[in-house]
Design a protein. Structure first.
Ligand code: 5GP
Ligand code: MG
Length: 175
C-alpha cells in the first residue's frame, strides 16, 4: 500500500490559518472562562496543534478526549467508544476532530457536552465526507476541506496506527 497525496501540507497550512482567523473572530470566549478546545484523539492531534497556534486569542484552554469508532480497519464500527467529558458547565466549547464521516462521533460528544451543561458547543473538523453521513446531529460549524468517500491517512489520520506522521493528507493506493 502506497500513500498518494490528496491535499499537500502547504494547502493544509493555509486553510488552518483561515480557520483560526474565523474561529477567533466568532468565538472569543466569555468574560469568566476562555474558549475550550476539546480535541478528539488520536486522529485530531496534528490538527489541534496547528489550529490552536493559528488562533489569535490571548487565552484558550485545550483539553483532549479519546474516542474511537474504527478498529484497525477502514470502516466505522458504528459504536463510538469515548471517555467522560471534562467539567464544562457554562463553558463555550469547540470540539476539534480530524474528519467528519458518519457523524456518530460528533453527535455523541456533542450530546455528552450538552448534558454536562456546556453553554455553547461547536465543532471544527479538518475534513468532511458528507457522502457517508448517517447521524444528522454530527455536523460541524467549521470545515477545512470537503472530500469524496475515500479513506484518508496522514496529518494525524491512521490506518491501523500507521501513517499518522505524513505531513500531507493522502489516500492509500494498492501496489
Ligand atoms: P464518524 O463517527 O463521523 O463516522 O467518524 C469519525 C472518526 O472516524 C474520525 O474521527 C476518524 O478517527 C475516523 N475516520 C473516518 N473517516 C476516516 C478516514 O478516511 N481515514 C481515517 N484514518 N479515519 C477516518
Ligand atoms: Mg477520530
Amino acid at each position: 500500500m502506497r500513500p498518494r497525496v490528496l491535499i499537500p501540507a502547504e494547502r493544509i497550512a493555509a486553510r488552518v490559518r483561515g480557520l483560526g482567523t474565523a474561529i477567533a473572530r466568532d468565538l472569543a470566549g466569555g468574560r469568566d472562562a476562555p474558549l475550550l478546545l476539546l480535541a478528539l484523539l488520536d486522529g485530531g492531534f496534528c490538527f489541534v496543534a496547528d489550529l490552536a497556534r493559528a488562533l489569535p486569542l490571548p487565552d484558550v484552554e485545550i483539553g483532549f478526549l479519546r474516542t474511537s469508532s474504527y478498529r484497525g480497519g477502514t470502516r466505522s464500527t458504528g459504536v463510538v467508544e469515548r471517555e467522560p467529558v471534562p467539567a464544562v458547565a457554562g463553558r463555550s466549547v469547540l470540539i476539534v476532530d480530524d474528519i467528519l464521516d458518519t457523524g456518530r462521533t460528533l453527535a455523541a460528544v456533542r450530546g455528552d457536552l450538552t448534558r454536562a451543561g456546556a453553554a455553547a458547543v461547536r465543532a471544527c473538523v479538518l475534513l468532511d465526507k458528507p457522502a457517508r453521513r448517517i447521524d444528522p446531529d454530527g455536523r460541524a460549524d467549521y470545515v477545512g476541506f470537503t472530500i469524496p468517500d475515500v479513506f484518508v491517512i496522514g496529518y494525524g489520520l491512521d490506518h491501523a496506527g500507521r501513517f499518522r506522521h505524513l505531513p500531507d493528507l493522502c489516500v492509500l493506493d494498492d501496489g
